[in-house]
Design a binder for this molecule. Structure first.
Ligand SMILES: C[S@@+](CC[C@H](N)C(=O)[O-])C[C@H]1O[C@@H](n2cnc3c(N)ncnc32)[C@H](O)[C@@H]1O
Length: 227
């Protein structure tokens, strides 16, 4: 996961982040690599003993993200990584909840926003693995239907800008607060967005703002310069 650490630390260098939240921590490889002073990690099933990492600046919460958001634990965050349950509804809910704990210079990195194939885009993890195996296709890629979140961002968040990074690791979407020039909803329906499948992505691909890492960070930097 070198790309997540690289991108998050690059974002940190831009906004000087002092507080970081990671939803979905697993082994902690990214969490440990992020060079932010104050860190919160949330995962109901840490793949390591969270007590080995916790200290007065690092908190690890063995909770589902919904329980975390509904508690008095969340701080105000400068940098947020969403990489928990890979479904549209959960990631959208995490994103919405995070807005109450963000500010004008918060930067988000949302993982798994471009599925690699039709199996990876299934929202049910076990179904995704079962169908992939049944078709004899190797690998375990599971992005779920998080891609729908990008289309929801496009249509329902005129005050946010974003760019989806491709070609240098797993695609991820960088989001920041900057009013979007020429904002124009296209589908204008969360219900329609939620019903999309992998095969619909082509028709909507322009709205993912797919760019390389350099371009994504150049856009973020330019957006912050305007604020
Ligand atoms: C892909 S892994 C995270 C990888 C990690 N961010 C990294 O870069 O090293 C996804 C994690 O999300 C966790 N997860 C699943 N459902 C969750 C939920 N509702 N809230 C928070 N985390 C959840 C899983 O337990 C799993 O460890």
């Amino acid at each position: 996961m070198g790309w997540s650490i690289r991108r998050l630390n690059r974002a940190q260098a831009i906004n000087g982040a002092k507080t970081y939240l990671e939803i979905g921590v697993e082994t902690g490889v990214t969490f440990k690599g992020v060079t932010v002073e104050r860190k919160d990690g949330v995962d109901p099933y840490f793949a390591f003993d969270p007590a080995t990492l916790a200290n007065d600046r690092v908190r690890l919460h063995a909770l589902r993200s919904d329980a975390f958001w509904a508690s008095d634990l969340p701080l105000a965050y400068d940098l947020i990584m969403l990489d928990g349950l890979h479904t549209f509804e959960q990631t959208f809910r995490d994103f919405l909840a995070s807005l109450s704990h963000a500010h004008a210079r918060t930067i988000w990195l949302i993982d798994d926003t471009v599925p690699s194939d039709v199996f990876s885009a299934l929202p049910d993890h076990s179904q995704s693995m079962r169908h992939r195996q049944r078709m004899g296709i190797p690998g375990y890629a599971w992005h779920g239907d998080v891609f729908k979140l990008v289309l929801a961002l496009h249509d329902f968040f005129p005050t946010l800008s974003y760019a989806t990074i491709i070609n240098s690791g797993n695609p991820q979407t960088l989001v920041w607060k900057e009013p979007r020039a020429g904002f124009e909803p296209v589908m204008n329906s969360l219900e329609q967005i939620s019903r999309l499948s992998f095969f619909d992505i082509d028709a909507h691909v322009a709205r993912f703002n797919l760019v390389d890492e350099e371009t994504a960070f150049a856009r973020l930097t330019a957006g912050f310069a305007k604020a």
